[in-house]
Design a protein around this ligand. Structure first.
Ligand SMILES: C[S@@+](CC[C@H](N)C(=O)[O-])C[C@H]1O[C@@H](n2cnc3c(N)ncnc32)[C@H](O)[C@@H]1O
Length: 222
């Protein structure tokens, strides 16, 4: 089963084959997930991973944050952007995925540069924002429980470095946001969140029609 993507499948496959080659470890992670009962392939797609790594590398991101590790597939894409003294912090609430992700980071030789926050992401975010000097992240990728996206956004904005980039995933929500009668709570939250972001004077926003929709957000420096 492939991950949902807005993009035409032939186009997706063609571009992926040219610029988004997965590592053997990433392929193994996908194969492992495919053997698990009732676990959907929740990871980003390869093209999206390549774009995230490209963006993080473009801004020379040193301190990266991911909300929603799952088995570490997306983290491994981000790790391609790691500077020698860079670091990724990745948050995951579900303990089933912690050792799988750790093993993948070790196999990829990047475990020294990856910190796993093993609790609800909101606890980590609240902890950091409560510090007198909160940590600053240059690149933040939010890909966890979507009903918390608005609150993650508010915390992440405080933790984003002045020239940092914040990326929110699944902002297209498989097109379901277009249907006003679609009553799923997550869809309602996301619909309002997208509308709020579009008129938020604190940020610059662009929404990319790739994968399941990605919002790229920068702090407006005035
Ligand atoms: C879409 S998956 C992340 C996929 C990952 N970014 C990738 O591309 O490989 C979402 C993950 O967020 C985790 N998650 C859900 N709610 C969370 C929470 N409150 N705090 C931290 N992680 C959470 C889920 O357990 C799941 O593993």
């Amino acid at each position: 089963m492939s991950v949902y993507s807005i993009t035409n499948p032939d186009c997706q496959e063609y571009f992926t084959s040219l610029c988004a080659e997965e590592s053997d470890i990433q392929c193994s992670l996908k194969a492992l997930v495919a053997t698990l009962d009732k676990v959907p392939p929740m990871y980003i797609d390869a093209l999206q991973g390549a774009i995230l790594a490209f963006l993080a590398r473009s801004i020379q991101a040193k301190n990266l944050l991911e909300i929603g590790t799952f088995v570490g597939y997306g983290t491994l894409w981000l790790s391609r952007a790691l500077l020698p003294d860079g670091q990724i912090t990745t948050c995951e609430i579900d303990k089933r995925w912690w050792p799988i992700a750790r093993q993948a980071f070790e196999q990829a030789g990047v475990s020294q540069q990856i910190i796993q926050e093993k609790q609800a992401a909101l606890l980590s975010l609240k902890k950091w924002t409560s510090f007198e000097s909160p940590p600053q992240f240059d690149f933040i990728f939010v890909d966890a429980d979507k009903s918390n996206s608005p609150i993650y956004f508010e915390h992440c904005l405080k933790l984003l470095s002045p020239n940092g980039l914040l990326v929110m995933d699944n902002v297209w929500w498989q097109g379901k946001l277009l249907d006003e009668n679609y009553s799923q709570k997550r869809a309602q939250v996301l619909r309002k969140f997208n509308q709020d972001l579009a008129k938020d004077p604190r940020i610059d926003l662009v929404m990319l029609p790739i994968s399941d929709g990605m919002s790229l957000i920068r702090k407006r420096l005035s």
